[in-house]
Design a protein around this ligand. Structure first.
Ligand code: ATP
Length: 363
């Protein structure tokens, strides 16, 4: 497929007039930077905050026009409010997505704490407990699910127009990630509205089917993009991943505060790299002391979901795309994750009071 250029896109959008006629959206300077990657085009249209709903047909029309250009496989267009703090319009999404009963975010106060590893193994443990589970990689800055789950290739179209995509599958999970759509080496500058728009498309335009719980691997940190995601996605709850140092340094608290700010219940904290099991002697080393995290969680008023050791086996299997809960289901780690999964699900049930399927516990 030939590569579309920014000028070709602007020329096509030049025909699109603002509501009420008059100037085009290009002349009015309402088009943000245009990102072109792998035959996918992303940009935002600036709108008056008070005028967002009136601009929605224009957004759809812009998306349709660009998607129809030669060399474009998909177009993603978001509306952004002029005032910076206002999130893009996602009213339909907030109401819930058909088929997805619960969406739970896995987040961290900072990067590198093992958030993605925890998200994948938590998803697999929920599945082992008898639930229908999907995982969504919202970590568009560094999508890691394809690697962690050993998935290659691209999602297939699910309809004739190519608007809907089928999710990928691995170890019985339904999976979607920006990593499937954008090649690893594509330099991309992601902005808040684009992250939200990409996530919306992955939530809305993927044939997920009936899912009891979807785990969303959030981008690390607690900046604007994360706040918008937390605010605009219909979340049943959030799980915070932290390391002992992270807890001590109060980075985890930022994550907690972010979800509290947008009234998403925090289901609890997972302490990762909690202790170290010596590969030679099998002895447990409490490098950072023991019990601190549990006490800290209590102090912060959130459930403590469990502790996962720093372990060579966890890392090696993650890096090989063979997550430990799926490939070593009888091992001690899988049991730890199944317990965490049980706590998470109990928290969701307590929070919603909805009828849920029976969970089969095998250990
Ligand atoms: N409990 C653990 N024991 C050993 N290694 C671990 C453990 N948890 C995570 N790791 C390793 O730490 C590295 C970072 O983990 P991961 O990618 O899950 O972190 P992250 O917080 O999602 O990172 P990012 O900030 O890039 O999103 C990976 O190599 C992973 O295999």
């Amino acid at each position: 497929m030939e590569q579309i250029t920014r000028d070709q896109i602007l020329a096509a959008l030049g025909k699109l007039s603002l509501p009420g006629g008059g100037r085009s959206i290009v002349e009015a300077g309402l088009i943000s930077d245009i990102v072109i990657a792998n035959n996918r085009v992303m940009f935002a249209i600036t709108a008056d905050q008070a005028n967002m709903s009136a601009m929605e047909p224009l957004r759809r029309e812009a998306e349709r026009i660009v998607a129809g250009l030669p060399g474009v496989e998909k177009a993603m267009v978001a509306l952004t409010a002029e005032r910076k703090q206002a999130p893009p319009k996602t009213a339909n999404l907030k109401a819930g997505i058909p088929g997805l009963r619960h969406i739970v975010a896995v987040a961290s106060g900072k990067g590198g704490v093992g958030k993605s590893t925890m998200a994948v193994n938590l998803a697999l443990a929920l599945k082992a407990n008898g639930l229908r589970v999907a995982v969504l990689d919202a970590d568009v800055y560094g999508p890691s699910l394809p690697k962690l789950l050993g998935i290659m290739g691209k999602p297939k179209a699910a309809d004739m127009e190519g608007k809907l995509m089928q999710p990928m599958e691995a170890y019985g999970l339904k999976v979607m990630s920006m990593g499937f759509l954008v090649p690893e080496d594509t330099p991309m500058i992601w902005r808040g509205p684009m992250v939200m728009s990409a996530l919306m498309q992955m939530l809305r335009d993927v044939t997920w089917g009936e899912i009891d719980i979807m785990i969303v691997d959030m981008p690390p940190g607690t900046g604007d993009a994360q706040l918008t995601l937390a605010q605009q996605t219909p979340l049943s709850g959030a799980v915070i991943v932290s390391t002992p140092q992270d807890l001590a340094l109060l980075d985890a608290r930022k994550g907690l505060n972010m979800f509290r700010k947008v009234s998403v219940p925090v289901l609890g904290i997972i302490e990762n790299m909690s202790y170290f099991i010596c590969t030679k002697c099998g002895e447990r080393h409490e490098i950072f002391g023991h019990g601190g995290a549990r006490a800290e969680a209590q102090r912060l008023g959130v459930p403590f979901l469990g502790e996962v050791p720093l372990d060579m086996e966890v890392r090696a299997r993650s890096d090989a795309g063979e997550p430990i809960v799926a490939t070593l289901p009888d091992g001690p780690h899988a049991a730890i994750f199944r317990n965490i999964a049980r706590e998470v699900w109990a928290g969701i049930e307590a929070g919603t009071g909805r009828k849920t399927p029976r969970i089969v516990i095998e250990d």
